[in-house]
Design a binder for this molecule. Structure first.
Ligand code: GLA
Length: 396
């Protein structure tokens, strides 16, 4: 892979040959359970994937920053200078690395230019965190290049800040955390209130994680996401008149009954999702530790139904894909994953049934929706890392 990356880099930037280049990899993520509760202080269970974003970088002696993505060749090489790092709505992808570079160069006095080559193996906009992946790839790279001393957690928090403030998407911390802290063959249990975490065994004996992409166009997902957050914030304010909680996920099912009269019907449903999803995630930890994959699958199903009926973030595409999966005998568990409104489902499927799953679920989906879903059989991998660190630095 390094060789290939190096070759591609020099095809795009054939000048200045002779300077050192370095390469980094940052994964995508899939969330197994604990959806829409990171920003409510709940527990989530994501894992990092072996698909993700590669970035190759070479420092320059001037102030030019040049960026190229193999996934957006029509954008060509984007060129800015170190003193001119602004959000540009005409950029399809470059705002993510530019936002991170801007944030990180605030603390550096002598900023050099760079040539950057990106290539991603995550489908864009599918809810597998291609944006968190490119943010962390850039943040980790900058930390190494300039020998800054950010901790992994600080890089995660900085990337989330860029997404919130520079990009303008009010996401929680789950995606950036999973990309930063992933571990091969493990799920992460993250407490989003205290940012404490643990690694858990995956429920994968004799089974695979299959991600199914609805291929639905993204549309208004970001504004609907921000709406859900606002509803949760309003409900929290009302609940705080009775219970001294700081985040919605602190509420128990018992307390939920006592606040119903304070809330609108919509707020009540949203809060019920938050409370029950947090409880399901904690239950999922217990069943995983007992190796009870069937029980894990049942919790995934309950999670999807709650996201469909109470949080209302699924839609016909995700529901069709998940229902087709539930009807397949090889499925251990299936649910939507990520923000919803389109994007992907996550499925745990018995090894010997994967082929039949892909063809049956795929054809049921295409028949009902009118276009095809895409499927990825994925492996769970490590968090963001440098590819060149244990090797002799790639040179020409
Ligand atoms: C998106 C956000 C996350 C999280 C999920 C829903 O992926 O970026 O912070 O809120 O949606 O669980």
């Amino acid at each position: 892979m390094l060789k290939q990356l190096e070759e591609k880099f020099f095809q795009i930037y054939p000048d200045q040959v002779g300077k050192e280049i370095r390469a980094f990899f940052s994964p995508g993520r899939v969330n197994l359970i604990g959806e829409h509760i990171d920003y409510n202080g709940g527990h989530v269970m994501p894992c990092a994937l072996e698909i993700g974003t590669y970035v190759v970088v070479r420092m320059r002696n001037d102030e030019k920053i040049r960026l190229y993505s193999e996934n957006f060749p029509e954008e060509g090489i984007i060129e800015v200078t170190t003193g001119q790092l602004e959000y540009d709505e005409n950029n399809a992808w470059a705002n993510y690395p530019l936002g991170v570079i801007k944030e990180m160069t605030k603390s550096i006095s002598n900023v050099n230019g760079m040539d950057l080559y990106f290539v991603g193996t995550i489908p864009n906009g599918a809810g597998l965190s291609s944006s968190a992946s490119i943010e962390l790839a850039t943040a980790f790279m900058m930390n190494r290049l300039y020998e800054l001393s950010y901790t992994r957690l600080e890089l995660v928090q900085l990337s989330q800040k860029v997404e919130n403030e520079f990009i303008g998407v009010n996401c929680g911390i789950m995606d950036q955390f999973a990309v930063g802290f992933g571990r091969k063959e493990k799920a992460i249990l993250l407490n989003c209130d205290h940012l404490t975490y643990d690694y858990l065994p995956l429920p994968l004996k004799g089974a695979k994680i299959v991600i199914a992409n609805t291929n639905k166009k993204r549309g208004l997902a970001d504004s609907a996401y921000n709406d859900r957050r606002t509803t949760c914030e309003n409900a929290l304010l009302k609940i705080q008149s009775i219970f001294s909680i700081e985040q919605l996920a602190e509420l128990s099912s018992k307390q939920l009954e006592q606040v119903e009269h304070l809330l609108t019907e919509e707020e009540y449903k949203r809060v019920r999702h938050v409370v029950t999803e947090n409880e399901r995630t904690l239950k999922a930890v217990t069943v995983l530790q007992e190796g009870d994959v069937e029980a894990f699958g049942a919790l995934m199903k309950a999670s999807h139904l709650s996201l469909k009926e109470d949080y209302e973030v699924t839609g016909v595409e995700l529901d069709t894909l998940v229902e087709a999966a539930w009807n397949h005998p090889g499925t251990i568990g299936a649910r939507m994953t990520g923000a919803g409104f389109g994007g992907c489902t996550v499925n745990i499927v018995k090894d010997e049934e994967v082929d039949s799953f892909l063809s049956r679920v795929g054809s049921e989906y295409a028949k009902k929706i009118g276009y095809e879903a895409s499927f990825y059989v994925v492996d769970v991998g490590d968090g963001v890392k440098e590819l060149t660190e244990n090797l002799e630095v790639v040179n020409r």
